[in-house]
Design a binder for this molecule. Structure first.
Ligand SMILES: Nc1ncnc2c1ncn2[C@@H]1O[C@H](COP(=O)(O)OP(=O)(O)O)[C@@H](O)[C@H]1O
Ligand SMILES: [Mg+2]
Length: 245
């Protein structure tokens, strides 16, 4: 039986500007599983990025808990949360966030340099990650020499190189055309399977929905549907059992 690796329990988040308080996420509880690509979808402003940020240790919920890899995430102090993200989480964003002065290979090597591994190990692992996204022939090029789709694949390799158990992607395809968007989504799905990683993405692009293993639809901060397509599903009782401290 596969247990969820990422669990939110009754999390809420509001933002206040001036006199107006907007409740962006409303008492949300979810269980996300390893080995599959889960997409949170919904219109712009529905709370997708806020949800992802709370599940990935980037934004503290107003109330509720997040259990990530059996750690009660928001009970940790900020430094320990940073450390948790460094060790266990890979991030992919809409804008690629690559260093323009560095080659694809150097961009991918960067996260490993913080882990004090031997130089040859860093290089081998970076080359492997780039091969996994199909860029072994292009690894010495710099971002300006790569297409948008290739740049996002470099960003995926950079997230993957630490072999993180959790991967988060916020609108990873919105700067790409349809074909490149599908390549990126299919890669994320394959990574989930091959590495037994928990891959959670958010997107407002309906063309990608059919490529995910599971699609959670968010409207005004509330989950309105949750469609699971993989073969394995944990029974609800088991999940709730697991969600309690
Ligand atoms: N830091 C913030 N300060 C104030 N309002 C915010 C902040 N982040 C998000 N919001 C508001 O919360 C709502 C949901 O935002 P977001 O989670 O980014 O939605 P999505 O990713 O689905 O487009 C929006 O109305 C947005 O303006
Ligand atoms: Mg967003």
């Amino acid at each position: 039986m596969t247990a969820p690796t990422l669990i939110s329990q009754d999390i809420s988040k509001s933002f206040t500007s001036g006199q107006i308080t907007q409740q962006v996420i409303k008492h949300s509880s979810l269980q996300i599983y390893p080995g599959e690509l889960t997409l949170v979808v919904g219109p712009s402003g529905s709370g997708k990025s806020t949800m992802l940020a709370m599940l990935s240790g980037l934004l503290r919920p107003d109330s509720g808990h997040v259990r990530a890899l059996d750690t009660n995430l928001w009970a940790l102090d900020d430094r320990t949360i940073d450390q948790f993200r460094l060790e266990h989480c890979g991030f992919i964003f809409q804008g690629f966030n690559l260093f323009g002065a560095l080659s694809a290979l150097e961009n991918v090597m960067l996260p490993l340099q913080y882990l004090h591994l031997p130089a040859h190990t860093i290089r081998e692992r970076a080359e492997d990650a780039l091969a996994e996204v199909g860029l072994q022939q292009r690894m010495h090029l710099r971002p300006f020499q790569l297409s948008g789709g290739e740049k996002q694949r470099v960003a995926i390799a950079r997230a993957l190189v630490k072999n993180p158990r959790l991967m988060f992607a916020d609108e990873p395809t919105s700067a790409l055309d349809g074909a490149n968007g599908q390549v990126v989504i299919d890669l994320l799905k394959r990574i989930a399977r091959d590495h037994n990683a928990t891959v959670l993405g958010v997107t407002h692009d309906p063309r990608l929905f059919s490529h995910a293993d599971r699609v959670i639809t968010l409207e005004d901060g509330i989950v309105v549907s949750d469609e699971h397509r993989s073969e394995f599903k944990a029974p609800i009782g088991d999940i709730i059992e697991h969600a309690h401290e």
